[in-house]
Design a protein around this ligand. Structure first.
Ligand code: PLP
Length: 463
């Protein structure tokens, strides 16, 4: 047991209720205590350096030591450390941020509601969907369609949108007014011999069948991440979104695009909506809006939604919704500086320049007998960890094979994240070509160790 002064005793460990943890196991183990950041690296309390290969929670696009963001926050804290946006008040820095945000936003989205997290922004969007349809005099048009394995947050409302089973267990969600359409992952979902386009058509037909079964007059909105993140880095099949959008238009259903991960360059465009030709009514942004340095999210709306909401606020006297920290000036200052840095670095071009090598490097891992598929777009990727590549059979859940790879990579100074059977890779967007090679080298070492470990335990098919 380590005698380092920062080591936590068992009782201390039980004080911190970690999200997404086996809490009893955490009480026994030693946490990874992270003390410092340096570019794409984080450094633990023992001085060990790790490449943060998932940009923490997909958000640290500018890495972990961008002084300009620290200074922007400090400057703002000294000038106007806090203020709000209730009624007609607003901090000057939020006005400047909004102008910049709207200038780069997907076409037609020019109204912004700020919150502090992706969950709050999605929660707000769920409420706006209700408010909108009530305002239009169609109170029955309320149900929302999300997708299996979608991730949109964990508040009481948004955990219903989320389609990951572990986010539902014993929380009494999803609520009956949220339905889940098919999962768009071809590796597990497409039929043998089915082309991407055929798979996409089948998904769109199935979505339309669901709408007709429920009655289009009852369906208010469809929610989607351009590329599913937490669900396992799922890149939709070609033509999927064209076909889905045609269905939504036919049935007058709002389209809410959750760009909490895909926003600000991750996929090789400023927004995933551009990558896939989406025409959303609302877009949810968070994470890389501030490179994660301070909490802030934004819900963008088009005129169609905003006008109905604005008119309804007149009817009721006010829009009866808002958070204390809506449009807080400190994160707003950090977001403004973040957007300036993205522009100066031409972050989208940087991602595009690295994306081919990133994808190729991940595909090279397919020589490992436990990588069933390697997929990537921009600077986000996922490896499907399988027991048998030919049959795509998974390891038994208790083996937690992707988690094992995650732990083996950690031994090689690389932080990644297992999401079920998928290993996610999503480095800071400022990663250099050399650092990317280093990441790929460490990933291959981690995979080889995991393979050896699994073989040693007799868990692999004999070659
Ligand atoms: N939407 C997406 C696509 C996400 O990936 C996340 C978090 O990972 C959220 C929403 C929820 O954001 P938050 O954890 O800030 O509430």
């Amino acid at each position: 047991m380590s005698s380092h002064p920062n080591s936590l005793s068992a009782i201390d460990r039980a004080h911190i209720v970690h999200p997404y943890a086996n809490l009893r196991a955490n009480e026994q183990g030693q946490p990874l205590i992270v003390s410092r950041g340096d570019g794409v690296f984080v450094i633990d309390d023992q001085g060990r350096r790790y490449i943060e290969g998932v940009a923490a929670l997909w958000y640290a696009s500018l890495g972990f030591s961008e002084n300009r963001l620290a200074e922007a926050a400090y400057r703002q804290m000294r000038t106007l450390p806090c203020y709000h946006a209730f009624g007609n008040k607003i901090s000057d820095v939020t006005v400047e941020l909004t102008q910049r945000l709207i200038a780069i936003a997907p076409a037609g989205l020019r109204h912004v509601f700020y919150s502090s997290s992706g969950s709050e922004a999605n929660d707000t969007a769920m409420k706006i969907v209700r408010y909108y349809n009530n305002a239009l005099g169609r109170p029955q048009k309320k149900k929302i369609i999300s997708r299996h394995f979608a991730y949109h947050g964990t508040t009481l409302a948004t955990s219903s949108l989320t389609g990951v089973p572990r986010n539902h267990f014993d929380f009494d969600v999803p609520a009956p007014d949220v339905l889940h359409a098919d999962f768009p992952g071809a590796y597990r979902g497409a039929r043998p011999g089915e082309s991407e386009e055929e798979f996409a058509s089948r998904l769109a037909e199935s979505l339309e069948a669901l709408i007709l079964r429920e009655g289009a007059e009852n369906i208010a909105a469809f929610w989607a991440e351009p590329v599913m993140g937490v669900g396992g880095v799922i890149i939709p099949p070609r033509t999927y979104f064209d076909k889905v959008q045609a269905v939504l238009r036919r049935h007058d259903i709002l389209f809410v695009v959750d760009e909490v991960i895909s926003g600000f360059g991750r996929l090789g465009d400023m927004f995933g909506s551009t990558t896939f030709g989406l025409e959303p009514d609302m877009v949810v942004l968070a994470k890389a809006l501030t490179s994660g340095y301070l909490p802030m999210s934004a819900l963008l709306m088009n005129d169609r939604v905003y006008d109905a909401v604005a008119d309804n606020s007149v009817r009721h006297g006010v829009l009866g919704h808002g958070y204390t920290y809506t449009a807080h000036p400190a994160p707003a200052a950090v977001a403004l500086e973040t957007l300036k840095i993205y522009e100066e670095l031409d972050i989208v071009s940087r991602v595009r320049a690295l994306a081919p090598r990133f994808k190729q490097g991940l595909q090279e891992t397919m020589t490992s007998s436990i990588v069933g598929e390697a997929r990537a777009i921009g600077l986000i990727g996922g490896l499907e960890i399988v027991a048998d590549k030919a049959t795509k059979a998974k390891f038994p859940p208790e083996v937690a094979a992707a988690k094992l790879v995650e732990m083996k990579c950690l031994d090689h100074g690389l932080i990644l994240r297992a999401l079920g059977d998928v290993l996610a890779i999503s480095p800071p967007l400022i990663i250099s070509g050399e650092e990317l090679e280093d990441l790929l080298r460490r990933l291959k070492l981690g995979l080889a160790d995991a393979e050896r470990d699994l073989a040693g335990r007799g868990l692999m098919k004999a070659a």
